[in-house]
Design a protein around this ligand. Structure first.
Ligand SMILES: *Cc1c(COP(=O)(O)O)cnc(C)c1O
Length: 473
């Protein structure tokens, strides 16, 4: 009986010859279509074994090909895709950090399409250097004598330490031995760079004498790390950059600063909290400054090293530079973003990151009022929707406190037993949309901070597809 049922499952060859298999073959190619038919017919045999004749309708040609089509569509769906970042963290490392401005995307596309003069000097017809596309802009914007760029700021720190302090000592304040996002820890990077860390001072207080007294013949550099993702408050003391620079220079040692996010312009002019700028840090005596291009700067993932020409030259000659270099698309995007900084008056409109960071609360709130009725309809009574004030944060270590007044849709399941699970289910429903919507759970509600919602049309276009289960289906 079971055996007879199995006879109902058509063979792969037979299925491939069907006319309705042609579109699948055209879209996905023979190998994948065969894979899909094997998977679907194997499942079918399992169903027949379990359910007997009840599963028989699935064994017809058309249902099998339809199931194969669904399998293939799912398989070929890109796993990396756009999402709506409504977490309230503007520069969100797990969500890809800074959104790029259109000019950067156009610049990337232009060089991605074919050959470019990435390392080719068009004036002489000889070999060029990819840094020439970036260095003049970084020099202009920071006052640095020289600059180069690598894969990210972690790579920048690694490369600087390896170049200047291999087999030697680096003096850092104990209060600055930070960890960022679990995978970047100053002590670990230091040892991988082949440098020895000499921690001085205490967690909360470090004095100039702590540095002075620890300088010895093995000392290679003095280093300062911008403690971007936490605050030491209360009875604290840190050595200022000018003082540290002066101590280093008195001993003829370079003074380097890992600025983390860093900024190229004074952000207070846009009403944002002050972040140390690269120019300020260099002005305070830093010989090299390392910072990320995809944090506050609002560019693609890269790490920039700016400062003294002789030191940058040594860094360029380190074979590790080659392993850490950036590609043509990043170079193109970064150069385009850097050019935007030449006009700080219009930067806010042009840099997507700064535009989002400076969005007025009233504007965000007005958007919340527009979206609320649509959201209520989509949720169909499964949860209530309120408009609440909230605070967004810059993210990626810049200014750890939540500072930016914003507005959110607060989605709340009915109170009572299982409301925690309902909250999880609501979050999951938003994540399962074609363009996933990522919010945050806070004090018993699912919060959508609208600060980063620019594509309102795209958001609305899919919200009707929300399926929170229960109430609306
Ligand atoms: C973010 C950060 C880094 C790491 O930068 P990536 O660009 O993520 O590699 C290093 N140091 C500090 C102080 C940071 O804030």
């Amino acid at each position: 009986m079971a055996k007879d049922l199995m006879q109902a499952v058509p063979g792969i060859d037979q299925l491939l010859r069907l006319e309705s298999a042609a579109p699948l073959l055209a879209a996905y190619g023979r190998e994948l279509v065969i894979e899909s038919l094997r998977v679907v017919t194997a499942r079918l045999r399992n169903s027949l074994a379990d359910q007997g004749e009840a599963a028989l309708p699935g064994a017809a040609n058309e249902p099998i090909l339809e199931a194969a089509g669904r399998y293939l569509a799912g398989l070929m769906m890109p796993s990396l895709k756009p999402v709506f970042n409504l977490t309230g963290t503007v520069v969100h490392t797990n969500l890809g950090r800074a959104p790029l401005p259109p000019v950067a995307i156009e610049a990337m596309t232009a060089v991605a399409r074919g050959a470019s003069n990435l390392e080719f000097d068009l004036a002489t017809g000889r070999r060029g250097d990819r840094d020439t596309h970036l260095e003049p802009w970084i020099r202009r914007l920071t006052g640095a004598a020289a600059a180069t760029a690598v894969n990210n700021n972690a790579a920048a720190v690694l490369l600087v330490l390896n170049t200047l302090a291999r087999h030697k000592e680096v003096i850092v304040s104990r209060g600055e031995l930070i960890e960022i996002g679990g995978s970047f820890r100053i002590p670990d990077v230091m040892s991988r760079a082949g440098a020895r860390l000499r921690e001085v001072g205490t967690t909360n207080r470090t004095h100039p004498a702590d540095f002075e007294q620890n300088i010895n013949p093995k000392t290679a550099i003095l280093m300062k790390v911008h403690t971007s993702n936490y605050l030491v408050e209360g009875f604290t003391a840190a050595v200022s950059e000018p003082t540290l620079g002066a101590i280093a220079h008195r001993h003829e040692l370079p003074f380097i600063v890992d600025l983390g996010s860093g900024a190229l312009v004074d952000l207070t002019r846009y009403g944002l909290p002050h972040e140390p700028t690269v120019a300020e840090t260099l002005g305070n005596g830093a010989d090299l400054v390392m910072f990320s291009a995809d944090k506050l700067l609002g560019g693609p993932q890269a790490g920039i090293i700016a400062g003294r020409a002789d030191l940058v030259e040594r860094i360029r000659r380190n074979p590790m530079k080659r392993a850490l270099r950036i590609d043509k698309m990043t170079t193109a995007a970064l150069a385009a973003v850097l050019r935007l900084y030449t006009d700080p008056d219009r930067l806010i409109e042009r840099s997507v990151t700064l535009r989002l960071l400076t969005r007025a609360q009233a504007d965000i709130e007005a958007q919340a009022y527009r979206l609320r009725p649509v959201m209520e309809t989509a949720l169909g009574g499964a949860a209530s929707v309120e408009i609440v004030p909230c605070r967004s944060q810059i993210g990626s270590g810049a200014q750890p406190a939540e500072l930016l007044p914003s507005a959110a849709l607060s989605i709340k399941p009915p109170a009572g037993r299982g409301s925690g699970r309902s909250l999880e289910r609501i979050g999951a429903a938003f994540r399962h949309l074609p363009i996933p919507i990522i919010g945050r759970i806070q004090e018993g509600t699912f919060l959508l901070d609208l600060r980063c919602l620019e594509d309102e049309t795209g958001f609305l276009a899919q919200i009707a597809r929300l399926d929170v289960g229960g109430g609306n289906s």
